[in-house]
Design a protein. Structure first.
Length: 470
């Protein structure tokens, strides 16, 4: 049985091929391409990789120069492995060619433009043709269907709308699947709780940290989210631990699924957990995934942790060739229990540029989160403060106590946490247990790290807001 017909070039498709792009996934049934053989998938990737290289060669002078220097003419490509001759792309390349220098289409031919916040410099700008938006919606719909969302399910979308890709990406995917959407965006948490209780959505889309903020406000209002109709959570845009997943599920009464994406590649829907939740399926008919050693750039073996590198296979407006995501994970190509054959990303541990180095110990914020969440007396609201004390870096963990936890128990909870951080991670850190409501709440991506070191010393050692999206 062959795969569904899809455009072999980035030219406008005929009616039959257009239908293959736009047909929503069937309920409870993975599409044929999601379950095809690895050999068939590899053949499709090679065809689309050639088309992507041709698109970049013909329309992006900077990309053509890179391909020429690597001896990679599109017509000469014999295997995806040939792409390894090409140097990596990084976020700085997008900023260097700000705003539209890497686009393969003139602005007047685009349907939409998104951008990062640009809090650490010029924003990264990404463009989409109408075809790009259709494929994005179809992939997000595929992701949602794989997680158990069904046509007709009401979707409460609390991702931020605007230049951030999360809100519109989830919205378009839900509509493509045949789901009505409540486009509430982030903020106004009291109203969000009311809408969830009154409207009865089955699906919640949000960042993990904002899902917890919704749960906290619901508890303060006396609203029992377990009595709502929420059943599925589609959470992404920031790293989150298994402990955070358990906390979210316990407090919201739903089943939490991890969604992966980044604006430079597409947005949410690059990969997603299916109902088996044994890793995030990376959609290999649209993306080529590599895993490399973050220091040497050399490939690592399957199952070994490394940095994720992605090449787009069907993007018209912004072809990305070997883009370093900075996300640290592991990959497996073993068939999933759900029957899908696309590789799985075994949960993103963090970004290598989010990694804290404190007195010679390398640690990701998600590792500390895994220790904090669920400890007696502690709420899942925390902040990591790193500063220079004398000649050494110093980490202070600020974490809130649970409501109702006696104040005279704060010191014991702090000592217990300090002990477990030391024994499980090997890191000496001060711990300050604070009154409930002390730390700021996120309405989007959580700001987990405050780096107070002088800029020249702290640059690159910690970020202000870990993110898998921008």
């Amino acid at each position: 049985m062959g795969m569904p017909a899809e455009p072999s070039r980035f030219a406008p498709a005929g009616a039959a091929r257009a239908a293959a792009w736009t047909t929503p996934p069937a309920a409870n049934t993975p599409s044929e391409v999601e379950c095809c053989s690895r050999d068939a998938l590899a053949a499709l990737q090679l065809e689309r990789l050639r088309e992507t290289l041709r698109n970049a060669w013909d329309h992006v002078p900077w990309q053509r120069a890179r391909l020429q220097a690597a001896g990679l003419h599109p017509d000469a490509l014999r295997s995806p492995d040939d792409l390894r001759r090409l140097p990596f792309m990084v976020k700085g390349d997008l900023r260097e060619h700000y705003p539209f220098g890497l686009f393969a289409r003139p602005v007047e031919q685009l349907a939409r433009i998104h951008a990062s916040s640009g809090t650490t410099g010029k924003p990264t700008v990404v463009g989409y043709t109408r075809g790009d938006l259709t494929r994005w919606a179809a992939l997000m719909a595929r992701s949602m269907a794989g997680a158990g969302v069904r046509p007709g399910d009401l979707v409460h979308n609390a991702y931020g709308y605007g230049l951030f890709t999360g809100g519109l990406g989830a919205h378009a995917g839900a509509e493509h699947l045949g789901c009505p959407v409540v486009p509430v965006s982030g903020g106004g948490t009291e109203r969000q709780v009311a809408l969830i209780m009154d409207f009865g959505p089955r699906v919640l889309c949000a960042t993990p940290s904002y899902a917890l903020a919704i749960a906290e406000v619901a508890e303060q209002q006396g609203a029992d989210l377990h009595r709502s109709r929420l059943a599925i959570g589609m959470f992404g845009a920031e790293p989150w631990s298994a402990a955070m997943r358990h906390e979210i599920e316990a407090r919201l009464g739903l089943r939490a699924h991890d969604v992966y994406g980044l604006s430079e590649i597409m947005g949410p829907g690059v990969a997603c957990e299916c109902e088996a939740r044994e890793g995030l399926h990376g959609w290999e008919d649209h993306f080529l995934f590599e895993l490399v050693d973050p220091d040497s750039g050399e490939p690592v073996a399957e199952g070994v942790a490394g940095e994720l590198v992605i090449t787009t296979l069907t993007k018209e407006a912004l072809p990305m060739l070997r883009y370093r995501t900075r996300d640290i994970t592991r990959l497996t190509t073993q068939r999933c229990a759900c029957g899908r054959t696309h590789l799985r990303i075994l949960r993103v541990a963090g970004r290598n540029d989010d990694m804290l180095i404190v007195r010679g110990v390398n640690v990701y914020p998600s590792q500390i989160e895994a220790v904090l969440v669920g400890r007696p007396g502690l709420a899942p609201h925390y902040q990591l403060v790193i500063e220079r004390v004398g000649a050494l870096d110093h980490l202070r963990i600020e974490v809130e106590a649970l409501p109702g936890w006696p104040q005279d128990g704060y010191a014991a909870a702090a000592q217990d946490t300090r002990h477990h951080v030391k024994s499980l991670i090997g890191l000496n850190a001060d711990v300050a247990v604070m009154a409930p409501g002390t730390l700021p709440r996120s309405q989007g991506k959580a700001q987990r790290v405050r780096d107070l070191r002088p800029a020249a010393e702290g640059a690159g050692a910690a970020t202000r807001g870990p993110s898998t999206e921008e």
